[in-house]
Design a protein around this ligand. Structure first.
Ligand SMILES: C[S@@+](CC[C@H](N)C(=O)[O-])C[C@H]1O[C@@H](n2cnc3c(N)ncnc32)[C@H](O)[C@@H]1O
Length: 287
């Protein structure tokens, strides 16, 4: 298989252990799964990893099919799940999520193959393929999806690329729930894409738009933000959200900007593409 096709689909085991200690991620999913999985229902998880989300689902579901393609992780998920009471209802299946369908219809599908910008990992193409094959096989309404939707935004920033005196304008990841003292926002985050997993999913993330500068500075990067709507709780009029790590992409040519100025930004990539496709297409122009 070509590297670009398998990109983001083989995550080393120690990343999975790290993902278990990301409490914002796990608590968000746990809450959404608790809110959306009805007692006795059937659940499919695509890309199960250690099996943690399938385990949350098994607290209420009668059956969970947990699909994982990496054989090392399949073994690890089975080992870990066997130590968790209730996980007997989880069946770990070694299969490709682009091909697998459960033996019977399910009420909920969980899929967390999410990278900021929907880059690298295959969340969008996997779910597009799943929906088409599910409809053909079962002629049934689509299940609920966890997450339900995502909002993607871009923000003009002035970013320090100084690393102990070493200047390196390279893409950076940031923890979305902590202060970023090396980043100065020069404008508000602007949504460039809203995707709902139950609707038709986009084949590309092309955008050209104007951002208004609210702080003078050196515009030398754009920050990409992906807010995942894990679930909607209509009774409480709220959503359960989880932000992917932010991505700061440097500009080839930094641009001094003044408050009130407008700049046009454009980029092009497809969901699942490498970061380089986004960084290579990112362009900015003063009006
Ligand atoms: C970001 S991890 C999430 C794992 C787990 N759901 C969790 O929340 O901790 C994505 C998982 O999807 C798996 N994966 C990626 N592509 C896949 C595919 N085509 N078929 C099945 N699993 C896949 C990866 O091996 C990885 O375990």
């Amino acid at each position: 298989m070509e590297e670009s096709a398998s990109l983001g689909q083989f995550i080393p085991l120690h990343y999975h252990y790290n993902m278990l200690s990301d409490t914002h991620r796990l608590q968000g999913f746990q809450e959404a799964i608790h809110a959306m999985v009805r007692p006795g229902s059937r659940v499919l998880e695509l890309g199960g990893g250690t099996g943690v989300l399938s385990f949350f689902a098994a607290r209420k579901a009668s059956k969970v099919w947990c699909v994982e393609r990496n054989p090392e992780l399949v073994r690890e998920a089975r080992r870990i799940l066997s130590r968790n009471p209730g996980a007997e209802r989880v069946e770990v299946i070694e299969a490709d999520a682009f091909e697998y369908l459960p033996p019977e219809p399910v009420e909920v599908v969980i899929c967390e193959m999410i990278h900021v910008g929907m880059l690298r990992e295959k969340q969008v193409p996997v779910l597009s393929s799943f929906k088409q094959r599910y409809r053909e096989k079962f002629h049934a309404p689509l299940p609920l999806f966890i997450p339900e939707a995502a909002i993607q935004a871009v923000q003009p920033v002035q970013q320090s690329f100084d690393f102990s005196g070493f200047h390196a304008p390279v893409p950076l990841f940031q923890h979305p729930y902590s202060m970023q003292s090396d980043t100065k926002g020069l404008g508000e985050p602007l949504p460039y894409q809203i995707l709902s997993y139950r609707e038709d999913l986009p084949g590309e993330c092309t955008w050209k738009g104007e951002v208004t500068v609210t702080e003078a500075g050196l515009l030398n990067a754009f920050r990409f933000i992906t807010k995942n709507i894990l679930g909607v709780v209509p009774a409480e009029n709220r959503t359960i959200d989880w932000f992917s790590q932010y991505l700061v992409v440097p500009l080839e040519e930094p641009l001094p900007v003044e408050r009130g100025e407008r700049v046009t930004v454009s980029f092009f990539y497809r969901p699942g593409d490498p970061l380089e496709t986004l960084s290579g297409s990112l362009a900015v122009m003063k009006d």
